[in-house]
Design a protein around this ligand. Structure first.
Ligand code: BES
Ligand code: MN
Ligand code: ZN
Length: 491
């Protein structure tokens, strides 16, 4: 069970209040201004002499007097070049440092003028502090260093409003990452269902229904059901709904690929990196993460979250290359490669959304193609769809959050390349076409109906990203959570 108590706790106070006794005090300092310490805290003479407040500069000293035992000074750079992404990384760096130094709790003192940017800065710093505290230790038999568990942040009022937002978003990212990193035998479709139900149980504004295989058969979701036939774990279509307290401005639907393990099926993947396919549910993890944040942020949009979830395994009942399946919008699909299964489960989920939910906009997130890793690497997600302005909005959200996205085309000939010979469609294009991410998106476009829709291919960005203090290396990134929350708050 993944619960919030695993995350760090944050409380906020203003710098007008006096510092409560703390073992470890983190003080943010700007280049070119005097270091502002809490009243009563005295550092040894000369200990500040060489400290300039450059971005990422740190210095640890024992306090001589006052309510703090040890003090970590951290520089954020000069006013002119302070960017939110830089602050997010600096905050993550100190939160990791504090955890590694064995501190379970710490206080953070930020008595700096950020002006109109205060709330945004507070959000970025809180996101960094929270994300930098991530560790996955519950699967080790020996007790692990506990890491940072509690933080008290002293800052201005506007800043602290941002902190509360950043805390909600940071813990949402952590939830998504924990779902991602949990091994596939412990994160099966039924486990994702349990996590979705738990989120709904924790908020009066969130409901969750999980359609089981019987219900999906009644809805004629032959495409989705063909993928789970090869597994002894049943598939589900999770449908979460968030309703705001105010009248919603819009209705948005998020769809996340929830393949808890993708072996490729009969078109079996090579064994080398097959274990990484526990991450094939990263889109679904992001959708659940977003719902965690929605409960806390209460934006005035109605949000539907769909997570089709299944395993893809070879078996006597599994899809065979050449099999014909039928999605719930009536289109028939030749399954020429059983490893192109993500689009098969998304097809039914998108068609269900277009028919039953009829949202103003629909965004799917999926670890859909290895080709997008080749095209864009691990720092960007590919975005494509049927609506230019929605694509532009998501590109802007990527720039604002640091979860970069890059637009790829879906052109008519990509769609033609997905036309079937026996059935209406084929689930892979011919070997000569290339553009695997675009043809994957082109396939999905047949199921979005006339709803403004964007597909995010997160196969590169979902794990294995470069070092950013708050993420990086061979673990999940929770990509999509921060970007989508930003989108939902600004759409
Ligand atoms: N889950 C994979 C995509 C993937 C591959 C994600 C590598 C991350 C890293 C997806 O289901 C898949 O197997 N796609 C195939 C599609 C192909 C058969 C058209 C792929 O990319 O090879
Ligand atoms: Mn696959
Ligand atoms: Zn897959």
């Amino acid at each position: 069970m993944i619960d919030a108590s695993m995350s760090i706790q944050i409380t906020t106070k203003t710098t007008a209040s006096s510092l409560s006794r703390t073992e470890f005090l983190i003080v943010f300092a700007k280049q070119g201004s005097k270091v502002r310490l809490p009243k009563g805290v005295v550092l040894p003479a000369n200990s500040l002499d060489a400290f300039k407040g450059h971005a990422r500069e740190t210095r640890v000293t024992d306090a001589q007097r006052g309510n703090a035992k040890r003090v970590l000074l951290v520089g954020v750079g000069a006013s002119g070049d302070i960017a939110e992404e830089s602050l997010r990384r600096i905050a993550a760096m100190v939160s990791r440092q504090a955890g590694q130094a064995g501190s379970r709790s710490a206080s953070v003192w930020i008595d700096l003028p950020f002006g109109r940017k205060s709330a945004g800065v507070g959000q970025a710093i809180a996101e960094g502090l929270v994300m930098g505290s991530y560790r996955l230790s519950e699967f080790k038999s020996q007790a692990q260093p506990a890491g940072l568990k509690r933080l008290v942040i002293y800052a201005g009022k506007d800043f602290n409003a941002g902190v509360r937002r950043g805390y909600a978003i940071g813990t949402a990212n952590l939830l998504a990452r924990r779902l991602q990193d949990t091994p596939a035998n412990l994160m099966r479709p039924r486990d994702l269902v349990r996590e979705a139900r738990r989120l709904a149980g924790a908020s009066q504004r969130i409901t969750c229904r999980a359609h089981d295989e019987k219900a999906m058969a009644r809805m004629s979701m032959g495409s989705l059901l063909s993928v789970s036939r090869g597994s002894s774990e049943p598939a589900y279509l999770i449908h979460m709904v968030y309703k705001p307290t105010k009248k919603p401005r819009k209705k948005i639907c998020l769809v996340g690929k929830g393949l808890t393990f993708d072996s490729g099926g009969i078109s079996l993947k090579p064994s080398g990196k097959m274990h990484e396919m526990k991450y094939d549910m990263s889109g679904g993890a992001a959708v659940l993460g977003v719902f965690h944040a929605l409960a806390a942020l209460n934006p005035d949009v109605e949000v539907h979250g769909l997570v089709p979830t299944s395993e893809n395994l070879p078996d006597g009942k599994a899809n065979k290359p050449g099999d014909l399946v039928k999605a719930c919008n009536g289109l028939t699909i030749e399954v020429l490669n059983t490893d192109a299964e993500g689009r098969l489960i998304l097809a039914d989920a998108l068609a269900y959304a277009a028919k039953k939910i009829k949202p103003d906009a629909m965004i799917d997130l999926a670890t859909l193609t290895g080709a997008v890793v080749v095209a864009l690497g691990h720092e960007l997600s590919g975005v494509m769809g049927n609506n230019e302005s929605l694509i532009d909005e998501l590109v802007a959200c990527g720039e604002a959050t640091g979860e970069g996205v890059w637009a790829l085309p879906i052109l008519d000939y990509h769609k033609e390349q997905m036309q079937g010979s026996v059935g209406d469609l084929r689930n892979i294009s011919g070997p000569e076409t290339g553009a695997g991410s675009c043809t994957g998106g082109a396939f999905l476009s047949y199921f979005a109906g006339n709803i403004p829709w964007v597909h995010m291919d997160i196969a590169g960005s979902a794990w294995g990203a470069g070092e950013r203090d708050y993420q990086g290396g061979n673990v999940g990134t929770g990509v999509g959570v921060r970007l989508l929350v930003h989108y939902l708050q600004n759409c």
